[in-house]
Write a protein of this length. Structure first.
Length: 233
């Protein structure tokens, strides 16, 4: 059973320039993902898929491999995570290396720990999922979501839930945007991350942070520092 860790890190981040190698509490943020993968002991190879020589250099410095640079086609704003994964798996196969399992770990996911990866790997095997990933529970019932028009007038997206009690509504979840652990064959065959046989594990809000803006970055550093002070990370 051979396993590959893929860390996709293109150089063209728009909202936070050079996001994938920006210092997060003193280290390039991608280093946290590299270290989690290496220290988990799960992977035969930990690689970074990038189009950027500087990112590749930093990845190599901290123990990841960059056997090839990402194609221009998969380094633009429209390439999907699955496109990148397929390119990597195909390139390895052409070089004579095949993998049974893989994990795609995002480069701006400092809360991912070696133990987390091990836990999800074991759960995927136990339940025989094609893919498993962490999710967060919506903090407010999504069934009571509101829409606003251009002048600020609101309406309910699902008016039938206007007077439904919050406790009577089913909880809903969203992708935490940290990583996916998967069997290679079904994902490559269907060319999608979430097959009909995919699972998820709910993680606490404190253990994740989507980082798209400066305030997100500051909040992520605050959370990480707090968890570190408690001996959790």
């Amino acid at each position: 059973m051979r396993r590959l860790a893929i860390i996709p890190a293109r150089g063209g981040s728009k909202r936070i320039p050079r996001k994938n190698i920006r210092l997060f509490l003193g280290l390039p943020i991608i280093v946290y993902s590299i270290r989690a993968a290496l220290q988990s002991g799960l992977f035969d190879e930990v690689m970074v898929s990038t189009d950027d020589p500087e990112i590749a250099s930093i990845a190599n410095q901290y123990g990841a491999k960059t056997p090839f640079l990402r194609s221009a086609k998969n380094a633009d704003d429209f390439a999907t995570t699955m496109d990148v994964i397929a390119e990597v798996i195909t390139a390895y196969k052409k070089s004579g290396q095949e993998f049974d399992e893989a994990a795609c770990i995002y480069p701006s996911a400092p809360f991912v720990s070696p133990l987390t990866l091990v836990q999800f790997h074991e759960e995927r095997i136990l339940k025989q999922f094609d893919c498993i990933f962490p999710v967060l529970k919506y903090s407010y019932p999504i069934q009571r979501a509101l829409a606003l028009n251009e002048v600020g007038k609101m309406n309910m997206v699902q008016p039938k839930h206007l007077i439904t009690r919050s406790q009577d509504l089913e909880p809903r979840f969203h992708d935490a945007g940290q990583f996916y652990f998967f069997r290679v064959d079904p994902l490559m065959r269907e060319h999608k991350l979430w097959t009909d046989n995919s699972g998820a594990i709910v993680i606490p809000e404190m253990f994740a942070q989507d980082i798209d803006h400066e305030e997100d970055w500051e909040l992520a550093e605050f959370k990480y520092t707090y968890l570190k002070s408690k001996g959790i990370l």
